[in-house]
Design a protein around this ligand. Structure first.
Ligand code: 9MG
Length: 259
């Protein structure tokens, strides 16, 4: 899964021709590098990020989804927690909902029940603005598993069949470095839930922390290593910035796994 952030340039509030053109070029590059799914987001979920209004998010993502859909057949994922954005993005041609809030926003379960697409439920402790202040778990893998079980039950109660769900432990979302490492090492423990696992580690601060506080531009090799470990420990989807390097690495994982 390749990441496409649709955040405004300094001259507009989103949706300008230049931004759309840049997005299409990035999609072309990711396709040439072998991407399988493109995840489109109009609101940053980084620690401390500012919230974006529903209207602004719609204006950023919908024209980009329409433009990509008109030119390319690649599956598109919408990275949002807002029910109205989920609905509009799927109508515009997106194929999957990626929700870092696991459909906990008011109305999200009902909207998704009415949409016939897969949904990624991500675990987060706290809220993006404050989540890294003091994350605490009894046992991070057990606690995240319990969260998944509760969200799967909420989805089923709302009429979303289990087979539509993808689970994501949410690396960096209310986790210390040790929590992230424990999740990556023990990722295979989530396989008992019988659903595909999505992992996003690309360029995250846990990679920088392991590499002696390496800035984001220097995290390519660490990110690829993280994707390889995730794939070897059961991830079906890895969400990345650097598609070409990751595709090569995952081909090796698959060649060994399929022997
Ligand atoms: C939007 N976003 C940022 N990081 C992410 C992650 O790790 N997983 C998913 N599913 N989405 C993410």
């Amino acid at each position: 899964m390749g990441i496409l952030n649709v955040t405004p340039d300094s001259f507009s509030d989103g949706g300008s021709f230049q931004e759309q053109d840049a997005a299409l070029h990035r999609v072309e590059k990711m396709l040439a590098e072998g991407v399988d799914i493109i995840d489109i987001g109009g609101e940053s979920t980084r620690p401390g990020a500012q919230a974006v209004s529903e209207q602004a998010e719609l204006e950023r993502v919908v024209p980009v989804i329409e433009a990509i859909r008109a030119r390319f057949a690649v599956p598109l994922s919408i990275d949002t927690s807002k029910p109205a954005v989920m609905q509009a993005a799927i109508t515009a041609g997106a194929d999957l909902v990626n929700d870092v809030c696991a459909l906990q926003a008011e109305g999200a379960l009902n909207v998704c029940a009415s949409l016939d697409v897969p949904i990624c439920l991500m675990h987060m402790q706290g809220q993006p603005r404050t989540m890294q202040q003091a994350p605490q778990y009894h046992d991070v893998v057990q606690d995240v598993s319990q969260f998944f079980a509760a969200r799967i039950a909420a989805c089923e109660a709302a009429g979303i069949v289990r087979s539509r769900l993808i689970l994501d432990p949410g690396f960096g979302f209310g986790k210390t470095l040790q929590h992230n490492i424990d999740l990556l090492r023990r990722l295979d423990e989530f396989s008992v839930l019988g659903l595909p696992i999505l992992v996003g580690l690309s360029r995250k601060s846990m990679i920088g922390a392991v590499l002696d506080h390496r800035p984001v531009e220097g995290r390519l090799h660490g990110s690829v290593a993280g994707a390889v470990i995730a794939a070897m420990n059961g991830a079906s989807i890895v969400r990345v910035h650097d598609v070409g390097a990751t595709v090569d690495a995952i081909k090796l994982v698959n060649a060994v796994a399929n022997q």
